[in-house]
Design a protein around this ligand. Structure first.
Ligand SMILES: [Zn+2]
Length: 325
């Protein structure tokens, strides 16, 4: 009986696949009628076969529908881009017929390229849709700015594109870094990267505006005015992101920074832009001054309590460690 079971189990896979000889088939069926163990093995085998069949079928159905959807969106992208070509060709002909050189045609072309980047690119690009869509739309938006500037003899190209870049850096860039950046410094310090880029872009925006209005005085004033709020934002960011202490000291640091910022920013900005000196304790500003001092003091107290607590916990741990030794 024992030997027989082993032989039967060797035969079972063939039996389940339906490729065993008539003789083996008979042998198996006769045997499992009496042997409960082999019957169990057979039913398990049948179940796993069934499971693999189902999962294989599911995968092939999914792949088929994925390919089908992909083909459909690709065709839709193709149709939309051909429709977009109609106004391009029409404008090319009209511009050539009415003017001596192509001028406003390029504005139409750039606008339609922007439309295509937002609609056609996500439909037709197979992978990294967000990356390619945002890069293409940024490029066509810059092209639109450039041709509009050329057409109107404007000098605002860098101001407009830097502003757009600032919005892009704040909203899209963190998502792009999260999705596509390789593990490393930039991915680990996403906030720092975005903040640093925004600071550089802000400074260059001041420079471009200064160049546009022809005032060196503007650049100096703008940089001076924004330096203190920017420093306050950097300090807040550093506290939120890089202070690895307890929640109490972190909250204290944030409140203290906010208090100091309110206290400093108002007189700082006011003394740069207006001739009237801002006096911290004059009748106009006394409430503002008191609130910010109270905030800063409360923050410092919280920060102190938090640090004290952390130190006490550390000392207790060290003592505990010595006792255990
Ligand atoms: Zn058996």
């Amino acid at each position: 009986m024992k030997i027989n079971c082993d032989v039967i189990r060797d035969l079972l896979p063939l039996y389940v696949d339906g490729v065993s000889s008539e003789e083996s088939k008979k042998l198996v069926e006769e045997h499992i009628e009496d042997c409960r163990d082999c019957r169990d093995v057979l039913s398990k085998l049948k179940n796993t076969e069934y499971d693999t069949d189902i999962s294989e079928e599911k995968e092939s159905v999914l792949e088929y529908s994925f390919r089908k959807t992909k083909r459909k969106t690709f065709i839709a992208g193709g149709i939309i881009s051909s429709i977009l070509m109609i106004p391009v060709i029409a404008c090319l002909i009209i511009n050539l017929a009415t003017g001596h050189a192509l001028d406003w045609f390029f504005i139409v072309l750039a606008s339609l390229m922007l439309t295509a980047s937002l609609i056609v690119v996500p439909l037709m690009v197979p992978q990294k849709k967000l990356l390619y869509t945002s890069l293409c739309s940024m490029a066509s938006l810059f092209m639109l700015f450039a041709v509009c500037c050329l057409y109107t003899h404007g000098r605002w190209f860098f101001i407009a594109s830097t502003s757009v870049l600032m919005g892009f850096t704040a909203v899209i860039l963190p998502i792009l870094i999260g999705r596509y950046a390789k593990d490393g410094f930039i991915k680990k310090n996403k906030g720092l990267t975005v903040y640093a880029l925004e600071t550089i872009l802000l400074l260059s925006l001041f420079f471009y505006i200064g160049a546009y209005i022809g005032g060196r005085e503007f650049i100096v004033k703008a940089v001076m005015i924004s330096s203190v709020p920017a420093l306050a934002m950097w300090a807040l960011f550093a506290a939120v992101r890089y202070m690895h202490t307890n929640l109490v000291s972190k909250t204290g640091a944030i409140i203290a920074i906010s208090g100091f910022s309110i206290l400093v920013i108002n007189p700082w900005v006011n003394n740069i832009i207006s001739k009237d000196k801002y006096l911290l304790f004059s009748a106009d500003n006394i409430i503002n001054t008191v609130i910010s001092i109270v905030l800063a003091a409360a923050g410092l107290i919280l920060l102190f309590i938090g640090i004290l607590y952390a130190v006490i916990v550390r000392i207790k741990k060290v003592k505990h460690g010595i006792q255990n030794d």
